[in-house]
Design a protein around this ligand. Structure first.
Ligand SMILES: Cc1ncc(COP(=O)(O)O)c(C=O)c1O
Length: 383
């Protein structure tokens, strides 16, 4: 009997708006089903795909008998942290050379955002964060539950299906000085609309003049322009001016490591001394949450980023024209287009913004198996 349970009064919570699509997909017995809920690499048969470069790295790790399963430090794998900072800020970043960056391994993009949010809620003087409207659905909850007050700034203009740049400037211009501003580093989710370089520069000038603190969310590095460096351009612009910022990185999408939960939070500070004090406090945030991060996924990423094949990896991402071709020719999407009257595949980012549901749903489809198979893995593994 329910009433005997101490939890009898618990109300059933709704499914998560995005992950709930996967739950519905798994329940559906139709042979024609296609999961558009979460962007993930798929084979031509629609099956989950593990990148060969990941399999290779895993093989190298398994064959290395010197590897053990001891706990990582609270901040994670040192190599992974260094390589992640280089990937986003650039190998020759003065901020890295001057030891002004602290990087901690976290549980993918979500965990990196949450650790950053908890740190800011404890130690930053302005507890308001501005997030774009619309944005990835989890942002509001991550920042709100960490104790920040979440406000929106205008971002997308449905009339032009482009950036509401004027609205964005007005809203950030009216934000109280010192406010935190969440910026999608590239391939904005869910719209696929990014500011141009010139617009980024204006955003940077406005934010710096008002002392607004940038918090970059980089979940799709490599997916917007097809070039990892170019996709980090927005972040690097804010680091080049010597100012401070936060950056959350996810390897879920660009290395297809979704379930491994690999990510990093970096905080760029004015001096090495501040960075080291910030890191000491990040440890206090992480320790009671999950003690220290898992070793496997971060080892895969570190192995790949260290490996000489990184250049091939970079090049493969640059070949995203084939990805676009594939997306455009996707029959299911074309049918969805007819049914819904509105589904848009962003021509540069491959992100898809749909009006099929009452609320906007993100269909960031990463069905890029064709270009991976043809151009990347054949090079890595010709046999
Ligand atoms: C904009 C954005 N940020 C962060 C994430 C976090 O993803 P994960 O926690 O799987 O790395 C996602 C995932 O879809 C996203 O779209």
């Amino acid at each position: 009997m329910d009433s005997s349970s101490v939890f009898a009064n618990i109300v059933r919570a709704p499914e998560d708006a995005i992950l709930g699509v996967t739950v519905a997909y798994n329940k559906d017995s139709s042979p024609d089903k296609l999961n558009l809920g979460v962007g993930a690499y798929r084979t031509e048969e629609g099956k989950p795909l593990v990148l060969k470069v990941v399999r290779r790295a895993e093989q190298m790790l398994v064959n290395d008998n010197s590897r053990v399963k001891e706990y990582l430090p609270i901040v994670g794998l040192a190599d992974f942290n260094k390589l992640s900072a280089k990937l986003i800020f650039g190998a020759d970043s003065p901020a890295i050379q001057e030891n002004r960056v602290t990087t901690v391994q976290c549980l993918s993009g979500t965990g990196s955002l949450r650790v950053g949010a908890e740190f800011l809620a404890r130690h930053y003087h302005q507890l308001t964060i501005y997030i774009p409207n619309p944005t990835w659905g989890n942002h509001t909850k991550i920042f709100g539950l960490a104790g920040l007050s979440v406000k929106a700034y205008r971002y997308y203009d449905p009339a032009t299906r482009g950036l509401d740049f004027q609205g964005l400037l007005e809203d950030l211009g009216a934000a109280p000085s010192g406010s935190i501003v969440l910026l999608h580093a590239c391939a904005h989710n869910p719209t696929g609309v990014d500011p141009t370089i010139e617009q980024w520069e204006q955003i940077r000038q406005l934010m710096r003049s008002k002392g607004l603190l940038p918090f970059f969310d980089s979940a799709y590095q490599g997916f917007a322009s097809g070039n990892l460096d170019a996709d980090a351009g927005s972040v690097r612009m804010f680091v080049a001016d010597g100012g401070e910022c936060l950056a959350a990185q996810s390897y879920a999408k660009n290395m297809g490591l979704y379930g491994e939960r690999v990510g990093a939070l970096s905080i760029v500070c004015k001096t090495a001394d501040v960075a080291s004090r910030v890191e000491s406090q990040l440890k206090l945030v992480i320790r009671p949450m999950y003690s220290n991060p898992p070793i496997h996924g971060a080892s895969i990423v570190a192995t790949i980023l260290k490996d000489r094949h990184i250049s091939i990896y970079l090049n493969s991402i640059q070949k995203n024209d084939t990805m676009k071709e594939f997306l455009y020719s996707n029959e299911v999407l074309n049918n969805a287009h007819k049914d819904s009257g509105f589904i848009e595949i962003n021509s540069t980012t491959g992100n898809i913004y749909s009006g099929m549901e009452l609320q906007h749903v993100h269909y960031n489809i990463c069905c890029i198996q064709k270009y991976i198979k043809n151009d990347f893995f054949d090079l890595l593994d010709p046999a």
